[in-house]
Design a protein around this ligand. Structure first.
Ligand SMILES: CC(C)(COP(=O)(O)OP(=O)(O)OC[C@H]1O[C@@H](n2cnc3c(N)ncnc32)[C@H](O)[C@@H]1OP(=O)(O)O)[C@@H](O)C(=O)NCCC(=O)NCCS
Length: 190
């Protein structure tokens, strides 16, 4: 096999620590490696960090044994806006034989630093499209994951209510100061 034309995503040796009570390899170990292999393949579709959103149709066709060398072949079969679907085929090498043991699909979603979905091809440094700030901040636009920053607006002038409140507070402070002065004078006179 020439690794420049086709290369497995990962290869793993199965150890006794990975067995279930009946002595075969625990299915969860295979699932975990399918997840890793699909994650490796997803790197070809996006520069962003990816998370597994779904694993489906995983079929354990043959048991895996201690000492098997598993090869995980991972191919991108579909790309969406923010997601990429990967088909993973697992083969076991056992005493010179190559046995197809498991097969399944995983879907990965590209996410930004806040774990929000982001278009696969959007440049690094942009934000996900489900940014709650987008709703609050009209300067940001939803759509292709790019962010338009709103021009800085001058601070809003204080409303009448705020002004009044400020006025009240000032009055109170002045009265307090007057009282304090009186107290000090009284003390001195005593
Ligand atoms: C992945 C995650 C960010 C998606 O969030 P979301 O709010 O469902 O996002 P959206 O509805 O916008 O869907 C984003 C993409 O995921 C796909 N998607 C969402 N749920 C899916 C599902 N159950 N099956 C298949 N695809 C799914 C959508 O089709 C969409 O793809 P597209 O943009 O290519 O069309 C969110 O579900 C999450 O954080 N999950 C946890 C991921 C994780 O931690 N995984 C590790 C194992 S715990």
């Amino acid at each position: 096999m020439n690794c420049q034309t086709k290369c497995p995503a990962i290869r793993v040796v199965m150890f006794p620590k990975d067995t279930n009570p009946s002595g075969n390899i625990f299915g969860g170990v295979i699932l975990s490696n399918i997840d890793i292999a699909a994650g490796v393949a997803a790197r070809a579709a996006t520069m962003h960090r990816t998370v597994t959103v779904c694993m489906k149709e995983v079929i354990f066709k043959r048991p895996v044994k201690v000492g098997d060398i598993l090869t995980f072949w991972a191919d991108i079969i579909k790309t969406g806006r923010t997601s990429v679907t990967i088909r993973v085929k697992v083969e076991a090498e056992r005493r010179g034989e190559t046995i197809p043991v498991t097969e399944g699909e995983a879907i990965f979603v590209a996410v930004d630093e806040k774990d929000r979905p982001i278009p696969l091809d959007s440049p690094i440094g942009t934000q996900g499209v489900d940014d709650p700030d987008t709703v609050a901040n009209p300067g940001k636009e939803k759509g292709n994951g790019s962010v338009v920053v709103a021009p800085a607006t001058p601070a809003a002038p204080a409303t009448e209510e705020v002004k009044k409140k400020g006025g009240k507070d000032n009055k109170k402070e002045k009265e307090k100061k007057k009282k304090d002065k009186k107290k000090k004078k009284n003390k001195k006179n005593k």
